[in-house]
Design a protein around this ligand. Structure first.
Ligand code: ZN
Length: 371
């Protein structure tokens, strides 16, 4: 069995988004997952010996400034102070509320990703899941948006490159929404990192013509040193595990194999589950674990198995918790625990195989000859 970590603190439930109205990105997303992980002996006093609880640390504003403007950081801090004073949410954009503890929670969300990396790089655990809120992948340098405050996965990338000296990092963003904040920040290279450090960024998401944020198309492949190292895979609505597996086998795995990542980061959103109310994808509760099963040999070959996952979206509590339980079981060397029936629409499989993947190969072949 492998040693795996779960990074969690109750501060992640103190980012209160629904003080004025019901909001889907709500505190019980993480408390429900903790309850289910506890039921399966992966968290709490009765956890199995290879499951480890990790306490997140606070990120410093200096660390956050590597990805975000001082203006944005101050705006969020001041919004939280106003929210606390008036006992109501302050909106950063139309759907991104801040409450009294949100700024602190956001610093612990980014810091929790650093704590995961420390434990993995010290060899205490092999991989870790950071069960944090607020999420991060829609936030860019100057804007908190799409339920996100600070971009946890970019901050984790910078931490690995600056503090741990790693040169090749891969991010896989499997949230149903495009990781547009991540793409914005890294489009021509990861800011404030050594020149010889390289990032490979995959975002596999529902076709943005049909879903927020409406950007991140296959032809957006990065620029400058990042050209060819941004890969947007845009699945049509109703695509399920089969479409995801096709994209993995034909695009993601061959590129990863060539890139040889030293560490893999995952923007792990679970809103692509077929039960999720905000999106139209059709992944099952075992779909995410299946992705990791396929990536594990590459992680073992090049990255000593080092992988960390940061929570992004996921709005059906049961579907998200089941998916996380399966994922943790696979990471720990166990088997899938909860299985749903496959949900792929055959028309999506046909489109993915015969239109989308050939198009992606055509765009990416100049940079990755093995496609
Ligand atoms: Zn999402």
């Amino acid at each position: 069995m492998k040693d795996v970590g779960i990074v969690y603190d109750d501060i992640y439930a103190e980012h209160k988004t629904g003080l004025m109205f019901g909001h889907p990105e709500r505190p019980d997303r993480v408390t429900h997952a903790i309850m289910k992980l506890t039921e399966h002996n992966m968290y709490g006093e009765d956890r199995k010996g290879n499951f480890h609880e990790i306490t997140p640390r606070l990120a410093s504003t200096k660390e956050i400034e590597l990805s975000h403007s001082t203006t944005l950081i101050n705006e969020i801090q001041q919004a939280a102070e106003r929210a606390s004073k008036h006992q109501r949410n302050i909106l950063m954009d139309g759907d991104t509320p801040v409450s009294g503890q949100s700024y602190t929670a956001a610093l612990y969300a980014s810091g929790g990703n650093f704590s995961a990396i420390d434990a993995i790089m010290d060899g205490k655990i092999k991989s870790a899941f950071v069960l944090c809120r607020p999420p991060g992948h829609h936030a860019n340098t100057g804007a908190a948006r799409g339920f996100c405050l600070f971009n946890n996965v970019v901050l984790a990338t910078q931490y690995l490159m600056r503090e741990k000296g790693l040169k090749k990092i891969a991010i896989i963003d499997w949230d149903a929404h495009a990781g547009n904040g991540t793409e914005d920040i890294v489009y021509s290279g990861v800011p404030n990192t050594p020149d010889d450090a390289e990032l490979l960024f995959f975002s596999i998401h529902q076709d943005p013509r049909t879903l927020y944020p409406g950007t991140c198309f296959p032809q957006d492949i990065g620029e400058g040193k990042q050209k060819g190292k941004i890969v947007n895979i845009t699945l049509p609505p109703r695509s399920g595990d089969h479409c995801m597996q096709l994209a993995l086998d034909q695009i993601i795995l061959p590129i990863l194999q060539k890139f040889k990542p030293e560490y893999l980061l995952f923007s792990a959103g679970f809103d692509g589950h077929y039960k999720d109310q905000l999106t139209n994808l059709g992944y099952t509760s075992q779909g995410y674990g299946k992705i990791v099963e396929k990536i594990l040999p590459i992680a073992e070959e090049f990255a000593k198995g080092r992988m960390s996952f940061t929570l992004e979206g996921g709005y059906n509590l049961g579907a998200q918790s089941n998916s996380i339980v399966n994922l943790m079981s696979i990471l720990s060397g166990g088997a899938m625990i909860i299985e749903d029936d496959e949900q792929d629409d055959p028309r999506c499989v046909e489109y993915t195989e015969n239109k989308l993947i050939p198009y992606l190969k055509e765009l990416l072949e100049p940079y990755w000859k093995e496609l």
